[in-house]
Design a binder for this molecule. Sequence first.
Ligand code: ATP
Ligand code: MG
Length: 414
Amino acid sequence: MNYKSPRGTHDVFGKTVLWLNLLEQKAKEIFIRHGFEEVRTPIFEEATLFTRSIGQTTDIVEKEMYIFEDRKKRKLALRPEGTASLARAFIEHRMDTLSPACKFFYLGEMFRYERPQAGRYRQFRQIGAEIYANSSPAADAEIIILAQEILFSLGIDKINIHINSLGCEKCRPLFRETLIKYFSFVKNLCKDCLRRLKKNPLRLFDCKVDSCKFTGVPEMLGYLCCDCKDNFYIVQLLLKKANCNFTVNGKLVRGLDYYTKTVFEVRSDAVGPQDTLVAGGRYDNLVKEIGGQNTPAVGFAIGVERALFAAQSVGFFDNLKNPEKFFLAITDQELFSEAFAFAVKATRYGINGNKDISVFGPINGKSLTNQLKFADKIQVSKTIIFAKAEFENGEVLIKNMKDKTQSKVELNKL
Ligand code: ATP
Ligand code: MG
């Protein structure tokens, strides 16, 4: 029986793991500079947390959730996204009292039963940020700029930021009615859209079926109330002031129902058909919806695999500095423990003061020739040879594996 990783999942190893770590480290540095604190939530939650918050008629809830029962018949779901989990944790731990700035970030695996294709997997990673208890349009602008900063820090600078406003409970109902009227005259809607039309007409904008891509559809921007209009205006003003380029896209909606007012996506030409790297927006009703106080909030999620691919295609990882690799070889078995002790010291304190190193060896029971062959195989730059005669004088040989030159140095000086 040969096992393979489940469909839509990936083993991450080799260079990709280094790149992934670097990407996440860059994001963390930027979050910290912006005053965001990390939160780690469980990988599974009560299923209803997601069905209630994300919305019944969304793709995620209708067809993409991994739901299972545990041994006590509790209905659980692997998290399909991070916002609902974070909101649950925010309420559960009264995080507003612990962390009054209410700025949080997370990184981690998400799970969606999707048809796997480039940039779309069943297990993928997101990096997300959320600001709670802040209804100011400045928070919307900060979130958009933060997403941009993270992409810039990865060399991804050819991006298009699309923004829109989805209005609030005051102005959206009229727009909803208008859309229902409009679409009831449109022919060729797909099966899903016909169903969505009754329950959640805004979802029609997000349909990926060609016949449902229309022109001349009414847009929310024409229906915004004064409050929402002002808010959207200030978001744009602040973005312009910060030299953040964006496009107002009246057809932008999100794949989740909890959004209100500002929504945005960051797209890049560098990643192929799944070109949305980041998606986010304001969700002023979510916290209340799942049992908390009335708490406005705004956030985003970056698709890590897509961002990684974009960073790779702009050559961001091309000149990564790798740690210098050393191999410890011995000419005599009796020097093994000396080399072993040196390896412990070197990994703790570095070699010649350099801690950015990787140390391999010593290994038992191989001729020097075979040890050196192995050192070449694992591509070390230098081999430190513990040789009997030299060691008695407190010295070792250092062999440069590229040009094969060799020199003697005092062991104490390394
Ligand atoms: P899409 O329209 O591409 O399905 P979505 O609306 O489902 O996106 P969100 O739930 O807002 O996306 O997720 C935010 C980001 O996470 C996306 O922009 C994307 O970069 C990434 N993402 C979403 N689903 C997947 C997936 N199945 N595999 C890889 N990345 C994903
Ligand atoms: Mg999706």
